[in-house]
Design a protein around this ligand. Sequence first.
Ligand SMILES: [Zn+2]
Length: 536
Amino acid sequence: MDKALLGGNVLTMNEGAPRVEAVGFEKGKIVAAGATAEVSKMVGSDTQVVHLAGRTVIPGFVDPHNHFSFTTFQPVSVDCSVPPHVSINGVLDAIGAAAKSAPPGQWIWGWGFNARAMEGHRRITRKQLDEVAPDNPVTIEDSSVHAAYANTAALRLAGIDRNTPDPDHGQILRDDNGEPDGTLWEEALNSVYNLSLRAHLEQYGDYAVDLVRQNCQRYMAAGITSVGDALVLPEAAEMYRQADTLGKLPFRMHQMLGGDGFFSAPSRVASGDTGDGNVSDRLRGGTMKIFMDPVFPSPALIQEHPHGDHEHIGARYYTQEEADIIVLAAHRRGLQVAIHCLGTWSIEQALNAFEAALKAHPASEPRFRIEHYSLPTLEQIRRTASMGVVSVMQPAFVYTGAVRGQERAEELGGGALVFPFKTMLAEGVIVAASSDFPCAPLEPLTGIYAVVTRKTRLGEGPIVPDEAVTPLEALKMYTLNAAYAMNREHEVGSIETGKRADLAVLSHDPTSVDPDFIREISVEQTYVDGELLHNR
Ligand SMILES: [Zn+2]
């Protein structure tokens, strides 16, 4: 045995032995999990012994839906987050400072801006960006990643001007003169995302994989040891491949593939014209992701009609028929299909497409996924459970306040429930939790706090307290269930012999502290394949 962790409080997520005291590793795998007295017997002269002194150990967190590739370049980009920024001027100053120190023509990327958090939902305009950065293409990514704000130089490189029509699934917002005002919604932002990523990869060259490694460190500091990137652009896939080849990818990365642009139809992936993303044991793929409903222009997840009545629909990415064709093609190809659905209407359409695909091409365990799953009805929850569809949800959306209250849902009618974690578990749905970082905080312990207390960042709430779950249920959603969503549950997600030695050591036990304290718990150590890679 290479290493033994003794005298701890180990929450295994293994139903056969849910709580043990000690864990032993050898060659990156768990070879013992049990009482300290038992595991101690296997300690040899070469074994490195760690005395946990009662500290809590959990399986490394698995984050099956986040945007790792989008956040890789954050350290060399402009932080436009709200807060700390409170005004548009503050954001413009930060962009202006970056432009002054950059050579003309170098692409400037800002991240974290949230127009909805600004007074009057104010957006940054093309003209404002031109004033502070006249000689550089600038793009600011909205924290939702479904909107971007661009200056004239960036729009020009993207080929967007007053004559460019809106794409099918997006909008180029325009000023009173009909000129693009800088805001790009949904599919309209595809080209600026691709161009910016390409520009950064060119500019940083070999250093890009070091940035990947740095980003992994940030994830491991949060206790995360397996990651699913929820939409890997072709440029990012190449970056991951290089990082993996050069040994800069210390943990497991799961690639979800789409089209050539972030919001494009994934027709080529579905039909088999492009690879499935399976590169190595560490860097895998096999999942196709599509969007069913947008965030913009209806951030409330519903459409408000002029006379004040509401409906659970938004603009749609695909008709039922189109969705059926894409899903079936990918399913036939053997890909797992993951569909982004916020509203009730889109969940319905996704379930219909899954059902049709299974009818045409039966499979014993297709593991279809619905991402977000924000406003389902009870009937849909039951359908989801009976089809074995995995729902990949974001407890931290409760934390950021993105989840509307039950009153709002009732006002809409239609029986939609608001992030109904408890009901879903009770009905037998496999619920996996994820961060969706950078759309919400990365730290799983923040999400666990939110899903247990149903409180926001500011301590407001509880929001629909009946849907709270226990800390242990929340831990399982962030470990074993999340591993299941990524087809990795045989390797990771629980502490039992034969699995990878991926663990996190916590300062406190989330199942026994005051729930309000859960977000204060720190991740003291993170082990991946038995190696200590984060040590606070
Ligand atoms: Zn996402």
